[in-house]
Design a protein around this ligand. Structure first.
Ligand SMILES: [Zn+2]
Length: 137
């Protein structure tokens, strides 16, 4: 799929982004699950109010939503310092040196509809001043 940048794109930071096949298949599967679940729910609740329908739709889309948030966030170059060439790496806010990876750390983020997204990112350390940071993203 031609997903990388629009015309004239070629942003260096997106090189090597892990994307495509498996991710899309999982999204498709979750979307299909939500659609099927909603159709079944509709049959079982023919007289549901608008509010009830809205809640049912939200519940079924919440899983897909969380998954998409997680996958897109993890696809950002900032999440994977180790795999990013030095020139494309985030820089130390203090001394502007390209940071180096120091192992992955997981961060759990609560999102809407009671879902939790697990973001595994490389923890970065500045080789010049020793400052540790999580690149933004
Ligand atoms: Zn530094």
């Amino acid at each position: 799929m031609a997903r990388a940048g629009a015309a004239g794109g070629g942003t260096a930071g997106t090189a090597g982004t892990r994307w495509g096949g498996p991710t899309e298949q999982q999204w498709d599967a979750l979307a299909a699950e939500a659609f099927t679940g909603m159709k079944e729910w509709r049959v079982q609740h023919p007289t549901a109010t608008f509010v009830e329908i809205e809640r049912a739709v939200d519940e079924r889309l919440a899983t897909l939503r969380a998954r998409m948030l997680q996958d897109v966030a993890l696809a950002s170059a900032a999440a994977r310092v180790a795999e990013t060439p030095r020139v494309g790496r985030p820089r130390c806010p203090a001394c502007d040196a390209p940071v180096e990876a120091r192992g992955a750390r997981e961060r759990r983020v609560r999102v809407t509809h009671g879902q939790t997204v697990a973001l595994t990112r490389d923890y970065a350390v500045c080789p010049a001043c020793g400052a540790g940071l999580f690149p933004p993203g």
